[in-house]
Design a protein around this ligand. Structure first.
Ligand code: MSP
Length: 640
């Protein structure tokens, strides 16, 4: 019986919209959880949002929303992004979930009762951006290394967690478990931190300064420090302490984070677990940053990469492939669309795409599309060992996936693809097809190539699940039957002779950089064929508008506003929208109707009601017609 598998992403702050960095970590988690499913492990994959703290209160104020309205909104953006990237998570946790809050209180109380939390006065340098105190040593030129601002000296009484007590124990644990934090460079970084005396961790904030947090169970004048709250999501999501999920999955947990949050995960978290009497995690897997033009992505530099935009231009699976193939897990990487196009054209369109169409075309040319049978004697006579090569590719893939060396795992698959291309050159099926006497060899060669492609289709599943489906359909396999499990990928007799294969497809269309450039130039210099229609927005402008299908749950008139209706809609989350359609529609007419909503419009207060989005409608002489969907669609579905 294989062991269960539990993988987590960081829970993302809700003070920024999701970007490439968040997408990368979450795609990695999806890839490893799919890999675990290839091994038939029972899998739990957790992601979510981190919603308490100062930053959230500030961001909400900026948008004129209450913290609650604000966190609902941004958390909803994360939640609706993941299915668009084909992320199959098991649970989405929010630190504002009452069940999570109860667990935080319970753990705090437990550690407090064990005397590992104490009350004390502290004066220190506090960075409001990071929401933490800094020591002199940690500052660069007297400034916070992240925010480049001078921290403020504040003096206050707070609660502290006796983290220092666990310093020696943690050093010893890391030495005894060298794979606890990986890759090795990050283990070394944590050990370097631990060479300095570890200070106790301030785990509270006075309510006079911050209210948006979890009240300490032993002092109602304080809320919990965001990191102490956030880290506990990994256990609260499983129903700690008594949940069935907790007992099943916790012993097998692996976390994924980037290097920015190494310290909380490499030091705070293990010591918190130890103090709470909870077994430690199995591995902390740490990756580097995606940079753009060699600098960190940031709003102010205007170099933030939007994952949905990449998906729309290049295709989802190809985008996922690029991220997994081009970043060495653990090191920084530079994101560029040029590099992505090159990778797609060479590895996907040329190597795999061409091989696939070539083989399917040969099945049609030589066998009328019917999978041939193989004579085992001929197989031995040929002795080209394609099956052994496939087996070693599967093994190498497995070893590298297990250690998060995704680029190497994919390299092993592409090495096998190149061996298959060589196999075609060596066996020259077009020559074998010329004579009747070599018919049996031809059958064996083609069958082997089909089996080789089946193995490839299974190995790419964690990274490119949709391409696996297309390949397997064209290999005559029903993709519903999970033809990606490793036990099936170690066999060589799965495709049934006699199966009729559909005609070939272009699996990976080549990206024509010239055309792409031209289409972008045309976007900035639009041709105006119809002088009546003003056309001056670019595709980038259009992409900024988030249009969603929404179902009207409730509609009501607004007193003293003849034209307005207040609508409660479901667009994957509940929203209130004020729409000027009351002169055409009665409220009852709208309930249950599907409408199209601009979901990312800045909220506006209309007649005292905060409208969170805009409904699309055509208006003619004061009469309107709301835009709707031709077919019933799931609420929250994006229009593209
Ligand atoms: N809320 C905390 C995490 C609490 S976990 C108990 C937090 N949130 S965050 O929104 O800032 O997310 C940080 C994480 O986002 C990184 O650790 C990484 O997983 C991902 N990334 C954000 N920017 C990134 C890059 N430029 N490159 C790669 N990943 C990045 O920290």
């Amino acid at each position: 019986m294989t062991e269960p598998f539990y993988i987590t992403t960081p829970i993302y702050y809700v003070n920024a919209r999701p970007h490439l960095g968040h997408a990368y970590t979450t795609i990695v988690a999806d890839v490893v959880s799919r890999f675990a499913r290839m091994r038939k492990q029972e899998t739990f994959f957790l992601t979510g949002t981190d919603e308490h703290g100062d930053k959230v209160v500030k961001a909400a104020k900026k948008e004129n929303l209450s913290p609650r309205e604000y966190v609902d909104k941004i958390s909803g953006l994360f939640r609706s992004l993941w299915p668009e990237l084909n992320i199959e998570y098991s649970a989405f946790i929010r630190t504002t979930d009452p069940a999570h809050m109860a667990v935080v209180e319970e753990v705090l109380q437990k550690i407090y009762d064990n005397d590992d939390i104490y009350f004390s006065e502290y004066e220190g340098m506090y960075c409001f951006g990071c929401e933490r105190f800094y020591t002199e040593k940690e500052l660069v030129d007297g400034k916070c290394p992240d925010h480049k601002t001078k921290p403020e000296i504040i003096k206050e009484s707070n609660y502290f967690f006796r983290m220092s007590k666990y310093q020696d124990w943690l050093i010893d644990y890391i030495h005894k478990n060298p794979e606890f934090i990986r890759p090795e460079r990050y283990k070394n970084e944590v050990l370097a931190f631990l060479r300095e005396p570890l200070e106790d961790l301030c785990i509270s904030r006075p309510k006079s300064r911050l209210k948006w947090g979890i009240t300490l169970p032993f002092d109602e004048n304080f809320v919990t420090y965001v990191w102490f709250d956030a880290l506990l999501n990994y256990v609260s999501a499983l129903g700690y302490p008594n949940g069935k999920l907790f007992s099943k999955f916790w012993p097998h947990v692996q976390h994924i984070v980037a290097k920015d949050i190494l310290k909380p995960h490499g030091i705070y978290w293990p010591t918190m677990l130890k103090a709470a009497g909870i077994p430690l995690y199995h591995h902390l897997n740490v990756h580097g940053y995606w940079n753009v033009d060699h600098s960190k992505m940031s709003k102010s530099l205007g170099n933030v990469i939007e994952p949905i935009q990449m998906k729309n231009i290049y295709g989802l699976d190809t985008f996922r492939f690029f991220l997994m193939r081009d970043m060495v897990f653990g090191l920084d990487a530079d994101f560029s669309e040029d590099a992505m196009v090159q990778r797609i054209n060479s590895d996907l369109a040329n190597d795999l795409g061409n091989l696939f169409s070539r083989v399917i075309a040969m099945v049609h040319k030589y066998f009328k599309g019917v999978v041939p049978d193989v004579d085992p004697a001929i197989e031995q006579e040929l002795e080209l060992g394609l099956q052994e090569k496939a087996l070693s590719a599967v093994t190498e893939f497995e070893v590298n996936m297990e250690s998060f060396a995704f680029h190497k795992a994919l390299l092993a698959v592409w090495e096998f693809i190149s061996q298959m291309n060589k196999y075609i050159d060596l066996t020259a099926p077009w020559m074998l097809a010329k004579q009747k006497s070599t018919r049996k060899q031809l059958e064996a060669v083609i069958y082997n190539l089909l089996e080789g492609l089946r193995i490839v289709s299974g190995l790419i599943w964690p990274v490119m699940p949709e391409k696996t489906r297309s390949m397997q359909k064209h290999l005559g396999l029903d993709p519903e039957n999970k033809f990606y499990t490793l036990d099936l990928l170690r066999r060589w007799d799965v495709i049934k002779p006699g199966t009729v294969l559909p005609k070939g497809i272009t699996l990976f269309p080549r990206i024509d950089t010239k055309k792409l450039m031209e289409s972008r130039v045309n976007e900035t210099e639009p041709e105006r064929s119809d002088p009546g229609i003003k056309a001056d927005i670019t595709i980038e402008d259009l992409m900024k508008i988030d249009l969603r299908i929404a179902t009207v749950l409730k509609a009501e008139r607004i007193p003293r506003a003849k034209k307005l209706l207040k609508l409660e809609v479901d667009l994957g989350e509940k929203r209130t929208i004020v729409a000027g359609i009351a002169e055409t529609y009665d409220p009852e007419e709208l309930e249950g109707k599907q409408v199209i909503v601009v979901a990312n419009l800045k909220p506006a207060k209309i007649m005292g009601i905060v409208s969170n989005g805009m409904l699309l409608a055509a208006v003619e002489n004061g009469k309107c017609s709301v835009a709707t969907s031709d077919q019933p669609m799931a609420p929250g579905t994006a229009l593209q």
